[in-house]
Write a protein that binds this ligand. Structure first.
Ligand code: DC
Length: 212
C-alpha cells in the first residue's frame, strides 16, 4: 500500500498526509524535506545554487534520513532549520536540477523499501515519477487565496505578501523541465478550499479503504 499525496503548498498536504498515515497505520514520508535539507547544506557551504554540478557533488556525498517526522542531514537533526525563510526562498532552484532530483528520489524509494514498501508519501512528483504505480494517488488542491490565508496564519504574515510568494513558487515548481508539479495519471483530485481538515482526512481515508 503506497499512497501518494501531491499538490502545491498551502493545500494542507503535510498535515493531512501525516494524519492519514497515523490513522491508516502507515509510515509517512515528507519528500519536500529532502529538497530543503539539500538546500540548507548548499547554503551552509556557500555553493552557487545555479551550479548544478557543484550541487550534485555535494548531494551525492551526503547522508539523509527521516525518522519519526524529523529530518537528518549527515546525522544532524535539521528539522527546524530547513523551515527557515532562507531555505524556503532558495529550495525551488535546488529542486530544479534533474541530477539532484535523481539522487533524492533514490533516497526516497530506498526509505519506503526499508519500511516494507508501505507508506504515505507527500511531495510534488510522487504519483507521477517516484511511485507511478502507487495503490492510490491523491492530488490536493485549493484556491490560491485560500492557500495564502492558510500559509499566512501558519507563519504569522500578511496574506497579500504570501500570495505573491506562493504564485512565484507554484510557477517555478510547475514550469521546471525536470518532474514539474502536475496532476499524476490516475490521481483523485481533492479540492480542500471548502472542506475542514477532518473532512479532507476522512475523504482520503475512505479512498484508502476502497483500495484495501
Ligand atoms: O513541500 P515543501 O514546501 O516542503 O517543498 C519544498 C520544495 O521542494 C518546493 O519548492 C517543491 C520542492 N519539492 C519537489 O520539487 N519535489 C518533491 N517531491 C517535494 C518538494
Amino acid at each position: 500500500m503506497i499512497v501518494t499525496v501531491d499538490g502545491p503548498s498551502g493545500t494542507g498536504k503535510s498535515t493531512v498526509s501525516k494524519a492519514v498515515a497515523t490513522r491508516a497505520g502507515l509510515p509517512h514520508l515528507d519528500t519536500g524535506a529532502f529538497y530543503r535539507a539539500a538546500t540548507l547544506a548548499a547554503l551552509r557551504e556557500g555553493i552557487d545554487l545555479a551550479d548544478s554540478d557543484a550541487v550534485v557533488d555535494m548531494v551525492s556525498g551526503m547522508s539523509m534520513d527521516q525518522d519519526n517526522g524529523l529530518m537528518f542531514l549527515d546525522g544532524e537533526d535539521v528539522s527546524t532549520e530547513i523551515r527557515g525563510e532562507c531555505v524556503t526562498n532558495a529550495v525551488s532552484q535546488v529542486a530544479s536540477h534533474p541530477e539532484v532530483r535523481r539522487i533524492l528520489v533514490s533516497h526516497q524509494r530506498a526509505w519506503v523499501a526499508e519500511q516494507g514498501g508501505r507508506a504515505v508519501v507527500e511531495g510534488r512528483d510522487i504519483g507521477s515519477v517516484v511511485f507511478p504505480s502507487a495503490t492510490l494517488k491523491i492530488y490536493l488542491d485549493a484556491r490560491p487565496e485560500v492557500r495564502a490565508i492558510r500559509r499566512a496564519t501558519q507563519v504569522g504574515e500578511d496574506p497579500d505578501r504570501i500570495i505573491e510568494d506562493l504564485a512565484r513558487r507554484d510557477h517555478l515548481d510547475a514550469s521546471r523541465d525536470a518532474s514539474p508539479l502536475t496532476t499524476p495519471d490516475g490521481a483523485v483530485t481533492v479540492d480542500t478550499s471548502d472542506l475542514t481538515f477532518d473532512q479532507v482526512v476522512e475523504r482520503v481515508l475512505s479512498l484508502i479503504s476502497a483500495k484495501s
